[in-house]
Design a protein around this ligand. Structure first.
Ligand code: GLY
Length: 368
């Protein structure tokens, strides 16, 4: 190409690029939003429990979102069904208790458009910790209130405080656990955790515990047609935990993270493994850098695998002997469920609620 032609064609390209930029700047920012289809995703229990009604969590949240309700209000109304349902023994009322037989609950929520968040940990006596977390977000300057302080705060906000959140089922399983474990090991944390694991595996083998539910939890994330993203996570945490133990669920960046411009991610599974890498934050940062929900989530699974080096946490293949799941949604309404090992997650779109397979990082089962 002659120098004169080159200059002419380069100048033409520059002019075209400038014109395109100007056109984009003049175009109101409603076109992309119009194409967003509302979506709600959650852990699989979000499409199982109905608390005696006719809708599951994802269905309820999606219906409210499409009727114009605030996204976070809708998600919390959804997870309330699971918190209140005595049949889910991993969340809220009837959640499996700690080593002393006391139900201690954790939850947090994040509102993308408002850029606000709130959480409670180790709260006793309130069936719906997600609603208390929302009050922390709305009524205080704080992000996390724990233990007795969380209960006192809930009382002052008008929540009913109950003496005991155990159901007959959760108490019976705790008594069985207590019967099997050697209390003498309680004061030695190393021996006790080994013993606790042995008893837990025994109870799983005896069909008393569902291995997928030992860490329990529901995470639920949603986006509306305007691209507004929110999320909530709520749990009774690890069954038979040392009293006061807090997992990933109420910790912003671990059990949940939302960036209103990029998306949301939350988790279920072994909280300690997720806390170490603040993986929900990692997933949302990955979304912010343009990764797909699936790749963003699998990257966090790889990080967990890399950080799991202690022998007691590895199976015979040298891989993690536990599962961690992420539920990932971007602000365009694209979503994925990913996990270290095969599992399922719940989703509700205009096609209705479904339970679908997550994308696993590793083959086989954690315990093999
Ligand atoms: N992921 C729930 C917990 O570890 O408490």
């Amino acid at each position: 190409m002659k120098r004169r032609d080159f200059i002419r064609s380069t100048a033409g390209a520059t002019l075209a690029a400038t014109a395109a930029r100007q056109l984009r700047a003049q175009t109101p920012n409603i076109l992309p939003n119009k194409s967003i289809k509302p979506v709600v995703i959650s852990s699989a229990n979000g499409n199982k429990f109905k608390n005696g009604g006719d809708m599951t969590c994802v269905q309820k949240a999606w219906t409210m979102i499409t009727q114009g309700a605030d996204v976070l209000d809708s998600l919390i109304a959804g997870v309330n069904l699971v918190e209140l349902d005595p049949l889910d023994d991993s969340v809220g009322y009837g959640g499996l208790p700690n080593a002393d037989g006391v139900v201690q609950l954790d939850s947090c929520c994040m509102h993308g458009p408002k850029k606000r968040a709130g959480g409670v940990a180790c709260i006793e006596g309130v069936r719906t910790p997600s609603l208390v977390a929302q009050k922390v977000m709305e009524m205080t300057d704080h992000h996390l209130i724990v233990g007795q302080g969380a209960q006192d705060f809930a009382r002052s906000m008008g929540f009913k405080i109950e003496e005991d959140l155990n159901t007959e089922h959760s108490r019976k399983l705790w008594l069985e656990w207590k019967r099997r474990i050697d209390p003498e090991h309680y004061l030695d944390p190393d021996k006790r955790s080994g013993e606790a694991r042995r008893v837990q595996e025994e109870m799983i083998a005896d069909g008393l515990l569902d291995p997928r539910r030992v860490y329990g939890t529901i995470n639920c994330n949603g986006v509306n047609a305007k691209g507004e993203v929110c999320g909530v996570t709520t749990t009774s945490g690890l069954s038979w935990k040392i009293p006061g133990r807090v997992g990933d669920s109420p910790i912003l960046g671990a059990g949940l993270y939302v960036d209103g411009d990029s998306g949301a991610a939350g988790s279920t599974g072994r909280g300690e493994a997720n806390l170490y890498g603040l993986c929900s934050y990692l997933v949302v940062e990955n979304l912010r850098h343009g990764m797909t929900p699936k790749d963003a989530g699998l990257d966090a699974c790889k990080r967990i695998k890399k950080n799991t080096i202690e022998k007691r946490l590895l199976n015979s293949r040298g891989e993690p002997n536990f599962n961690v799941n992420f539920y990932v949604l971007n602000a365009k309404g694209e979503y994925a469920g990913v996990a270290l090992y095969a599992n399922t997650f719940a989703v509700c779109t205009e096609d209705g609620p479904k339970t679908v397979a997550s994308e696993p990082l590793l083959q086989g089962k954690p315990e093999d």
